[in-house]
Design a protein around this ligand. Structure first.
Ligand code: ACO
Length: 323
C-alpha cells in the first residue's frame, strides 16, 4: 500500500514585541498609508535581543506536537527551514533537537529563503514516502529583523519574525498530493545579502550584513512565476481551479497574493492572509498562515489546500495537499 505523508498538527509562535507602521514612521521616512497601500502590512512582530530563531522554532514545534497528539519521543526527523540560523553551526535543527531532548534522529536545516518551508515539506514528504521516517517535525523559523537595515525604508517595513511548524506523519490516506520546487540563481542580484561566511572579509558586518532588494523587479518576477506554478500544480494533479478549497500563499505583499488568487479565480475569502499582522516572515510565513487558518477552523480535514512560495535565489515552489 502506498504510504502518504499527512499533516497531523500545526503550530505557530510569534515574538511578543509588536512593531506597527506608526512605530516605523518614527524610524524612517515612511507612512502608514504608503506601507498599507503598497504591501498590505499594518504591523509585524520582532524578536527581543535575547530571543533567537531556535526559541521561536521551539515554541511553534511544541504547539504542533501538542496539536498532533504526539510527544517528542515520536519524532524521527527534524527539518528547520531558515535563512537566519542562530549560529553558523550546529544547524538550528540540531539546536532544536537538543531543546526538545530528542536524540539520534536526523536533523538538518534547509536554506531556500522564503521558499524554505515548501522545500522542507517536500523533503520530509520524500523521507516518509520512502519509509525513512514516520513522524517528521518540519519548521519554518526566522529572525529576519537581524538582517534588516532599520534605516532602509525600502526593506525595513516589509519583514517580521516568527515560526510555524507542522508534524508530518506516515498515513494510508493522502496527505501531500504533489510538490513542485524550482530555483534560478541568475536572479541573485535582485534579492540578496552581500556578506557571508566565505566571501571576502568573512562574517558580514555593517551594510554587507543586510538584505538588498530591487523590489519592483522582484515583484514582477514573483507575480509571473507564482502564476506559472499554479498552472503546473493543477496540471500535475489533473485538477481544475475550482477543486482548490484554500490558497495559503507566502506572505510577502498583499498585491502579489491577490494576483495569484485572481489566477486561480479564487475569492479572497478562500485565501489565507496574515501579511497584515505578520509582515514577511520568510520561511515562517506559510506554516504560520496555515496554522492560523487551521486553528480558527477555516481549513478543515479533507479539504484541498495549495501552499506556494517565492523568495531569494530566486527559489519558488508549491505543495498541494489534502489537509
Ligand atoms: N515608504 C515610503 N516610500 C517608499 C518606501 C517606504 N517604506 N519604500 C520605497 N518608497 C518609495 C520609493 O523610494 C519610490 O519613490 P520614487 O518614486 O520617488 O523613486 C516609490 O516609493 C515607489 O517605489 P517602488 O519600489 O517602485 O514601490 P513598489 O510599488 O514596487 O513597492 C515593494 C515596493 C513593496 C517592495 C514591492 O516592490 C514588493 O513587494 N516587492 C516584492 C517583495 C517580495 O516579494 N520579495 C520576495 C520575497 S522576500 C525574500 O525572499 C527574503
Amino acid at each position: 500500500m502506498t504510504t502518504f505523508a499527512r499533516i497531523s498538527g500545526t503550530g505557530g509562535y510569534l515574538p511578543a514585541k509588536e512593531l506597527t507602521n506608526s512605530d516605523l514612521e518614527r524610524m524612517v521616512d515612511t507612512s502608514d498609508e504608503w506601507i498599507r497601500e503598497r504591501t498590505g502590512i499594518k504591523s509585524r512582530r520582532v524578536a527581543d535581543d535575547n530571543e533567537t530563531t531556535c526559541d521561536l522554532a521551539e515554541g511553534a514545534a511544541r504547539r504542533a506536537l501538542e496539536a498532533a497528539g504526539r510527544t517528542t519521543d515520536d519524532v524521527d526527523l527534524i527539518i528547520v527551514a531558515t535563512t537566519t540560523p542562530d549560529r553558523i553551526f550546529p544547524s538550528t535543527a540540531c539546536l532544536l533537537q537538543q531543546r526538545l531532548d530528542i536524540h539520534g534522529c536526523p536533523a538538518f536545516d534547509i536554506q531556500a529563503v522564503c521558499t524554505g518551508f515548501v522545500y522542507a515539506l517536500d523533503v520530509a514528504d520524500k523521507f516518509i514516502r520512502t519509509g525513512a521516517a514516520r513522524c517528521a517535525l518540519v519548521v519554518g523559523a526566522e529572525t529576519m529583523s537581524r538582517i534588516i537595515d532599520w534605516n532602509d525604508r525600502a526593506t525595513c517595513v516589509l519583514f517580521g519574525d516568527g515560526a510555524g511548524a507542522v508534524v508530518l506523519e506516515a498515513s494510508d490516506e493522502p496527505g501531500i498530493l504533489s510538490s513542485h520546487l524550482h530555483a534560478d540563481g541568475s536572479y541573485e542580484k535582485l534579492l540578496y545579502v552581500p556578506g557571508g561566511v566565505s566571501t571576502s572579509g568573512g562574517c558580514p558586518t555593517g551594510d554587507d550584513a543586510y538584505v538588498k532588494m530591487r523590489g519592483n523587479e522582484t515583484f514582477r518576477v514573483a507575480v509571473n512565476t507564482l502564476g506559472r506554478i499554479v498552472d503546473e500544480t493543477l496540471a500535475a494533479n489533473g485538477l481544475d481551479k475550482s477543486d482548490i478549497d484554500w490558497l495559503v500563499p507566502h506572505q510577502a505583499n498583499i498585491r502579489i497574493i491577490q494576483a495569484t488568487a485572481r489566477k486561480l479565480s479564487m475569492p479572497m475569502e478562500r485565501v489565507v492572509v496574515t501579511v497584515d499582522t505578520h509582515g514577511n516572515t520568510s520561511a515562517a510565513s506559510v506554516p504560520l498562515a496555515l496554522d492560523v487558518a487551521v486553528r480558527d477552523g477555516r481549513i478543515k480535514r479533507g479539504e484541498t489546500v495549495l501552499l506556494e512560495a517565492f523568495g531569494g535565489g530566486f527559489t519558488w515552489g508549491s505543495v498541494l495537499l489534502k489537509y
